[in-house]
Design a protein around this ligand. Structure first.
Ligand SMILES: [Ca+2]
Length: 179
């Protein structure tokens, strides 16, 4: 009987943990905003991925799937390159949170900074803010959560800066404020 219980507990723990990790609820407890995931119409990059660029394209950042941990699954990769990524939501939305699924490789604080610019027409971009402090365990995927509070725009440009190897990104989510 004890043996059976012991084998069930780790599975249950994993189920809770993975639900937390891949949960559909950004923000934290006490956040009065309600969110819904916004579709992204199109993504483009100033620089093509530097490795497997034809297979592991920027479109994989908006396919709703997450790469596995480690070297190197289906991560879209820029080695020693800082891309500028432009996301078109298709229409103007009020966005509260952007989440980036990424994996630091050489060092835990490899994703040093992300600059966010916004635009209504896709031509004139306004600098919104710069975000840092995305330190996490090397070789494991993690969500970087960028809190914009509430910004109305159709186009979002993310300019990440690396320190160390470069960038391994798996998904970018735009969470619209629903209330
Ligand atoms: Ca993906």
């Amino acid at each position: 009987m004890n043996k059976v219980l012991l084998s069930i507990i780790p599975l249950a723990f994993f189920a809770i943990w993975s639900d937390f990790l891949f949960g559909q609820s950004p923000g934290g407890p006490g956040d009065s905003r309600k969110f819904r995931l916004s579709p992204v119409a199109e993504v483009s990059s100033s620089d093509n991925p530097t490795m497997d660029g034809r297979r592991l394209t920027v479109d994989m950042l908006i396919d709703g799937k997450l790469p596995k941990d480690g070297w190197r699954s289906s991560w879209t990769a820029w080695m020693k390159v800082n891309p500028k990524l432009t996301f078109d939501l298709g229409e103007e939305k009020r966005i509260g949170i952007i989440r980036v699924y990424f994996q630091p490789w050489d060092r835990g604080d490899e994703l040093a900074e992300i600059k966010v610019e916004v635009s209504r027409d896709g031509k004139r971009f306004l600098e919104f803010n710069e975000y840092e402090g995305f330190s996490t365990e090397r070789g494991k995927g993690a969500w970087a959560e960028i809190d914009l509070r509430a910004v109305k725009a159709r186009y979002f440009r993310l300019s990440p800066q690396y320190q160390g190897w470069g960038h391994l990104w798996g998904e970018v989510e735009f969470w619209e404020i629903a209330n």
